[in-house]
Design a protein around this ligand. Sequence first.
Ligand code: ADP
Ligand code: MG
Length: 296
Amino acid sequence: MRSPVGTTLRRGRASDEGPALPEGSPPPVLVVEGLTVTLGGREVLKDVSFNLHAGELAGLIGSNGAGKTTLLRAVLGLQGTAAGTVTLSGRRDHGSLGYVPQKVSLDPDLPVRARDLVALGIDGQRLGVGLHSSSRRARAEELLSSVGALHLADARVGALSGGEQQRVLIAHALASKPRLLLLDEPLANLDLRSTQETVSLLAGLTRSHGVAVLVSTHDINPLLPFMHCVVYLAGGRAASGRTAEVVRSDVLSRLYGQHVDVLHAHGRVIVSVGDEHRESGCELAPDDCAEEGQPA
Ligand SMILES: Nc1ncnc2c1ncn2[C@@H]1O[C@H](COP(=O)(O)OP(=O)(O)O)[C@@H](O)[C@H]1O
Ligand SMILES: [Mg+2]
């Protein structure tokens, strides 16, 4: 990762925060360079730059309205940009990106089983030249198995818990064998156990599938033990690099343009910006944190 605020990503070694990065220096899967997005006459993202390699898990961190969804949409090619480039390694086609959007509402009565939803992802990339049903069934089960959800194959997706739905949606997103998996607030509305299981699953996928994962969240803490690097958004700008090199008082003070304290307590990080006390972007006051999962 390259940071506009001067941090440098070092590879192949463990550090105080987060796991060691994969060894070697293959070309990045994703390079975002000078990305600027204007919405409603306002620069929502300003000169955002970072890159992401195969096998890396990166947190896209920012409070509500910081621009996380906008950045992911720009990477997907769904959002027009005022300046900058988004470059994916190799071909840019349907299969190169997997995406789990921020809000997926599945009606409990929807007569769609988990295996059906995953199979849609398998067929989607073949445009009519579908797999034989036995092959498709086997592939859907393989994908469900890879996210620990094979036992849910015949359950209606709308009837599953939030954590179970996330697993099925991740299996669906993996169906095209993407090199890059984007997830927008997948931890919102999950209980603590499901949150930990989902983050652990994503970390496992970086190892087993070699996929690069970019996951947005307003709370950095669940990702801390697993993520290799961070893209921290504030005021439309980004700081990126290894967690320990970005989530620091001097780096975040430069990013926010005002003094920021970074406190470590009981294995958690608390980011205190000016008079506000945020837990990595989510203000600690219960009412404010209740915004979790609300539309941005
Ligand atoms: N279509 C739009 N027109 C104008 N402003 C928008 C539009 N979409 C998003 N925004 C604004 O852009 C900012 C970033 O939004 P978003 O990327 O959804 O933030 P996040 O996902 O971090 O909560 C917010 O201030 C939001 O209100
Ligand atoms: Mg969002």
